[in-house]
Each structure stands twice: as structure tokens, then as C-alpha cells.
Design a protein around this ligand. Structure first.
Ligand code: AMP
Ligand code: ZN
Length: 112
């Protein structure tokens, strides 16, 4: 989608601090980190929200890739959070599905 920020990142029109990439997904550091570690994992196909997909394989891959990266970056044992915001009340700002992974500090629960 031409007017989608994350599609522009996938196309290379906007550069990011990449962590991992394969044929299906891309992971990169969040530009406005909410924790010492904060990265995003996104599918390369445009899906606007979690309400608009039933692709269990792709959603599972996003999750397992977040876990692999947390291990690789060395904060998995201490703990981390993966979260996907959906629509307005879920706090979604970018309408291209993405998983947040946050770690490196004690995270509060419940979130605001
Ligand atoms: P959400 O509120 O769940 O839609 O999260 C969108 C996230 O994208 C926010 O945490 C932003 O900081 C992040 N973000 C927006 N633009 C960029 C960018 N150019 N590079 C990296 N992260 C970004
Ligand atoms: Zn998109």
C-alpha cells in the first residue's frame, strides 16, 4: 500500500535500524522506544489490523521471531512483553499489523 508507513519501510523508501529480515517478515528497532529494548516485527504483506487476518502461520512466525530476537539480544531470560495493538482503543497508530517486543526493565501491568 503506497500510503502505509510500514510498507514504505519494507520497500526501502524509509530506512530503519533492521534486526532481522526474511521473505515473510522484517524486525527493526522502534524509533520511539518505551523500554531499553523495544523492537517491532512486521509481515511483508500489508494487513491493516489483527481483525483483518486469519493467517495463523504468519502470526505465529511474528511471535516466535520476537522470542528468537529477545534471546539473541540477551534479555529473554529476564523477561519481556510482546503486544499487538488493535484499532483505536487498543492504541494502534500504524495500520499495518506489527508486534511490539519490549524488555530490559520491569514492565508494569496492567498497561495504561
Ligand atoms: P502502534 O501504536 O502499535 O501502531 O505502534 C506504532 C509504533 O511504530 C510506535 O511504537 C512508533 O514509535 C513506531 N514507529 C513509527 N515510525 C517508525 C519508524 N520510522 N521507525 C521505527 N519505528 C517507528
Ligand atoms: Zn502496509
Amino acid at each position: 500500500m503506497t500510503d502505509c508507513l510500514f510498507c514504505k519501510i519494507i520497500n526501502g523508501d524509509i530506512s530503519v535500524n533492521k534486526i532481522y529480515e526474511d521473505e515473510d517478515i522484517l524486525a527493526f528497532h522502534d524509533i520511539n522506544p518505551q523500554a531499553p529494548h523495544h523492537f517491532l516485527v512486521i509481515p511483508k504483506i500489508h494487513i491493516s489490523t489483527l481483525n483483518n487476518t486469519d493467517n495463523a502461520q504468519l502470526l505465529g512466525k511474528l511471535t516466535l521471531t520476537a522470542s528468537s530476537i529477545a534471546k539473541e539480544l540477551g534479555f529473554a531470560d529476564e523477561g519481556y512483553r510482546v503486544v499487538m495493538n488493535c484499532n483505536e482503543q487498543g492504541g494502534q497508530a500504524v495500520y499495518h499489523v506489527h508486534l511490539h517486543c519490549l524488555g530490559g526493565r520491569a514492565l508494569t501491568w496492567p498497561p495504561g
